[in-house]
Design a protein around this ligand. Sequence first.
Ligand SMILES: Nc1ncnc2c1ncn2[C@@H]1O[C@H](COP(=O)(O)OP(=O)(O)OP(=O)(O)O)[C@@H](O)[C@H]1O
Length: 331
Amino acid sequence: MSLELQGISVGYPTAAGCLTVVDGMSLSLERGEIGSLLGTSGCGKTTVLRAVAGFEPLQAGRIALDGVTVAGPDGQWPPERRRVGMVFQDYALFPHLCVAANVAFGLRGTTREARQARVREMLERVGLAELGGRFPHELSGGQQQRVALARALAPEPSVLLLDEPFSNLDIHTRGRLASDVRDLLKASGTTALLVTHDQAEAFAVADRIGVMDRGRILQWGDAASLYHAPQDRFVAGFIGRGALVAAATLGLEGGGEVLVRPEQVRIDPAAPIRVRLVERIFHGPETRAVLALQDGARIEADLPPDSAAAVGDELGIWFCGDAQRRFHVEA
Ligand SMILES: Nc1ncnc2c1ncn2[C@@H]1O[C@H](COP(=O)(O)OP(=O)(O)OP(=O)(O)O)[C@@H](O)[C@H]1O
């Protein structure tokens, strides 16, 4: 199903009155698209998911599934009528039920044979066909999260919401599961909204990403447009490696600040922009350098593999980026 959020606001009651934590936010996903909300802790990501699932009422705005309003000025559908699936960070499996029973839990209104067939199919899809008889405590974290996914997808939800689903897993399991989840969602044509702190994860899984700050989406687009064409200073600083540098320090006219990414910096002894190497960090395939510009601003660059440059050395750089990608400090 398609999912549309139009100007939704959500708040929580506090002693001082209502605290609005999602503030007029909009996004839309076509059927089968995967969206991700990316942002710092406390910016309202989980609250958006809770509102979509029907656990938090809207103060304003409208939520629609396939064009049908499920929350808006005329009322709110209860969670069970929305048929939205959820996967949480802590898996939230039932500890007293075996894997197969966990997956079968949300399946209603079919025959026992049909339910068993669906459980088998789901466990096969998540690569756990042999483990249906085990209990959650007998599984690794990655396996538990696969069971949680199978359970959430088994009843064919209208939309699947995933709240930091990989954050309790080690880095290798996270990467593998993130790409498996994308394949799984695409194979089943499920529309999904993923919340994460981790931009690599959002880039790996999502078709569209929203960068959130203080209850608002600052930019909604695909990974490449967020990286190459940030529309906002916060997005520029939040996505990828890069620093905002005064245009004048780079010898550019017109004022304001320019986003400098490491791949846009070419080190050349004869280059006109003079910098000092303040840090060298070995990263396997590349060595990262932190460079101080004349005005003290710091940028990152990747040193060539054979570079002998040492901390304290003066170097020259060319800025090979888009000087038009410029931000002017608001008065
Ligand atoms: N039940 C609640 N009552 C009052 N305030 C709440 C409640 N739940 C969340 N908040 C507040 O709402 C704001 C947004 O919380 P939310 O959990 O949506 O953020 P988040 O972006 O998901 O954060 P994180 O990444 O840390 O999980 C925070 O300031 C939080 O303290």
